[in-house]
Design a protein around this ligand. Structure first.
Ligand SMILES: CC(C)(COP(=O)(O)OP(=O)(O)OC[C@H]1O[C@@H](n2cnc3c(N)ncnc32)[C@H](O)[C@@H]1OP(=O)(O)O)[C@@H](O)C(=O)NCCC(=O)NCCS
Length: 227
């Protein structure tokens, strides 16, 4: 999808940026992991196939993909963007007869970044983007029955089990986007900023200040909650 080809979404700990050719080598390395192949139900691809996949994700109108970056690392212009990659998050418009139905996929590929709230943050950011920019009204997540972490995360985000396929050992979780879901999501990601990707790349250091402010605010909240 080309809609996000120059979009950067800024969260607390992460940045979501369009999946570009320069991200492919690291992505390819990740997907050599048998654990990730199993958790994401993916087949290993050659490097050339991975480049072709990146191109199709960019071109096809039914796929919207962002790469997740570690914001703290990225604000240092001396660090290559590839070295800031943490995972990816995707929306697939899977049913041509229902343009409002979106399948969500999240992968925190770097194990050291898991279990720190990043999965929840990027899923919320992507849902908000899907609702406001793509008009999504219903989300689905298809998850292997043995991937309890992912099932638990989507249930925390109010998804409910809709069906279980025993042949594929996969559960489908769903969330209808009604007014209360929309309002709660807007509150949860009120801090999210949408920026021009290329422009922000050329002045990465400008994010330093907003990162410091965001962290400062977090500390303030923590202190207040202790009072
Ligand atoms: C599944 C995944 C996206 C979750 O992201 P994450 O950043 O690790 O998760 P978060 O820290 O945001 O936690 C979100 C919820 O997941 C659950 N969770 C996270 N780590 C967990 C663990 N070690 N054990 C059990 N539940 C866990 C909790 O319900 C948590 O909510 P809580 O913090 O309110 O308790 C991530 O672990 C991942 O990408 N794993 C590998 C690939 C994968 O499985 N992708 C999903 C394919 S469907």
């Amino acid at each position: 999808m080309k809609i996000n080809e120059n979009t950067l979404l800024e969260g607390h700990r992460v940045l979501l940026v369009p999946y570009n050719e320069e991200h492919v080598p690291r992505y390819h390395e990740w997907m050599k992991s048998p654990e990730l192949q199993q958790l994401t139900a993916s087949e290993p691809l050659s490097l050339q196939q991975e480049y072709d996949m990146q191109k199709s994700w960019r071109e096809d109108d039914d796929k919207c993909t962002f790469i997740i970056l570690d914001k703290q690392r990225w604000v240092d212009p001396g660090v290559d963007e590839e070295q800031c990659m943490v995972g990816d998050v995707n929306i697939f418009l899977t049913d041509p007869s229902d343009p409002f139905l979106a399948e969500l996929e999240v992968m925190i590929a770097e194990p050291s970044y898991r279990g720190r709230g990043i999965g929840k943050e990027v899923t919320r950011m992507m849902m908000s983007y899907g609702i406001t920019k793509l008009g999504v009204k219903k989300f689905q997540a298809k998850i292997g029955l043995d991937n309890q972490v992912s099932i638990s995360m989507f249930k925390k985000l109010q998804f409910q089990e809709a069906s279980v396929c025993s042949v594929f050992k996969e559960a489908t979780l769903e969330l209808m986007v009604d007014d209360s879901v929309r309002t709660k999501l807007q509150e949860d990601v009120a801090y999210m900023k949408e920026r021009d990707y290329k422009q922000t790349c050329s002045s990465r250091h400008e994010l330093v200040q907003s990162t410091t402010v965001a962290l400062g605010n977090k500390d303030c909240r923590r202190k207040q909650s202790k009072i």
